[in-house]
Design a protein around this ligand. Structure first.
Ligand code: ZN
Length: 167
């Protein structure tokens, strides 16, 4: 009768064991690579959703995986923007307007260089975390005309809503 002592079983076990560990490590590595790849892909998608054909955008930044939708206007690390020209802090208008389904923008002022538009694009790919892409664009006459028109409409809607609430 064959008698398998410890010496016979151990090498067999440890070979299988090593193979298992290698496979596990390989699986983990590909998962990590997939995750990194997906993250880079999401980042790229968000950037292009923000910029589109726009070549005037400056100071493009991405903030990934945050919990609050309103971070673009409340969190200083997203909301504090410096002038792309001279580096002075910009002062935002108190109104943020919607742009498209998942974008917001405001008009901001540099004390030295004049006006800029700060734009955000939001994305929530995993259903839980918000990612934001941000850029700063020089104000143009067309952009200012559009801003004035939409801002006036927004303020008027807000005024009517308040009136209804008080009635
Ligand atoms: Zn400036």
């Amino acid at each position: 009768m064959a008698d398998f002592g410890d010496d016979d079983v151990k090498p067999l076990f440890s070979k299988t064991h090593t193979l298992g560990l290698k496979l596990l490590a390989l699986a983990l590595l590909s998962l990590t690579l997939m995750f990194v790849d997906q993250r880079a892909n999401n980042l790229q998608l968000l950037r292009s959703a923000l910029l589109g054909e726009d070549s005037a955008a400056r100071d493009v930044r991405v903030f990934m995986d945050r919990l609050e939708h309103d971070d673009y206007k409340n969190a200083p690390e997203l909301n504090s923007v410096h002038c792309p020209e001279c580096g002075a802090p910009l002062t935002h208008d108190e109104v943020w307007l919607k742009r498209g389904n998942t974008g917001y923008y405001t008009r901001s002022e540099c004390p030295y260089c004049g006006h800029w538009y700060v734009r955000f694009k939001l994305s929530r790919r995993d259903g839980l975390h918000w990612s934001f892409a941000r850029c700063t664009e020089p104000a143009t006459r067309e952009a200012d005309a559009r801003w004035e028109k939409h801002r006036a409409a927004f303020v008027e809607r807000l005024r009517r809503k308040k009136e209804r609430e008080q009635a």
